[in-house]
Design a protein around this ligand. Structure first.
Ligand SMILES: [Mg+2]
Length: 267
């Protein structure tokens, strides 16, 4: 990757760069411009490595990528011959065991995505058959059906007993090691690539993006059609996060172009 850039754009995918139909069309010109400027675009998502490899190929991205909500980081060597991997999290099997323990404690069945049948996953995600296969290749986090809010708050408290934490995305919640989250993963990537001074421009739309937005130098909240996620509102109110002026890829593109037009102020 271009390792001498002063900026990295670190972006969530679902609900941020992609709309609910996984479309990124309004951001394509901006992605092309970023490629021409050699500014890295680093996906940072709850998706699996398998899903993000596919996404990168489809969209011509070459930079490292952070998967499963910050539990692992991947990238290719400069000659593209081999892929490297950094692991921050606990294994899927360990987390699965812990999720069952939490379910028992709260007397509420937290249902892992991987336990649903094909039709149920399609209903929830709208993914194609191949897309579903890629989404189920979980290694370092356990996605589960979003419980009601009061149960989610209870789960958050119980997690502390097991050294894990939970994040809530738009479609699912995710259980992962408390040593891994999106912000920690970006920090680890900076160290790995020996680029500690790089400035992070981060974009996200949900509660699982909070550690990334809190870590970043410039933090942009992408709203949905009904406005910003309530977990991110506090950062917007305090002036710590900027709110994009449109949902999904359109807001993403507008925000990045605005920053690029003022880039001299950032250097
Ligand atoms: Mg999202």
């Amino acid at each position: 990757m271009q390792n001498n850039s002063k900026f990295w754009i670190v972006t969530d995918l679902d609900g941020t760069l992609m709309d609910e139909n996984y479309d990124i069309t309004p951001a394509r010109d901006t992605l092309k411009l970023l490629s021409e400027l050699a500014i890295p675009v680093i996906p940072c998502t709850s998706k699996t490595a398998s899903e993000v490899r596919f996404f990168r190929n489809e969209n011509g991205l070459l930079d490292p990528f952070i998967v499963e909500n910050g539990a692992a980081i991947y990238g290719f060597n400069d000659d593209n011959s081999s892929e490297w991997e950094l692991i921050l999290g606990k294994s899927y099997e360990d987390l699965r065991f812990i999720l069952n323990k939490i379910s028992e404690r709260i007397n509420y069945n937290l249902t892992p995505l991987n336990d649903l049948n094909h039709n149920q996953i399609f209903e929830l995600t709208g993914l194609s058959n191949h897309g579903i296969k890629r989404a189920l290749k979980r290694q370092w986090s356990v996605p589960f059906l979003n419980p009601p809010d009061h149960i989610f708050e209870e789960v958050k408290v119980i997690c502390k007993l097991y050294n894990v934490h939970v994040f809530k995305g738009n479609r699912m919640s995710h259980l992962l090691s408390n040593k891994s989250h999106k912000g920690e993963a970006v920090n680890k990537l900076k160290v790995y690539l020996n680029n500690k001074d790089v400035k992070i421009i981060a974009l996200g739309d949900s509660q699982n993006d909070l550690p990334l937005l809190e870590y970043a130098d410039i933090s942009i909240v992408i709203p949905g059609k009904n406005g910003a996620n309530r977990y991110l509102q506090n950062g917007i109110d305090k002036g710590r996060f900027r709110l994009a002026n449109a949902p999904h890829a359109k807001g993403w593109s507008n925000s990045i172009e605005d920053i690029l037009s003022n880039i001299n102020n950032l250097q």
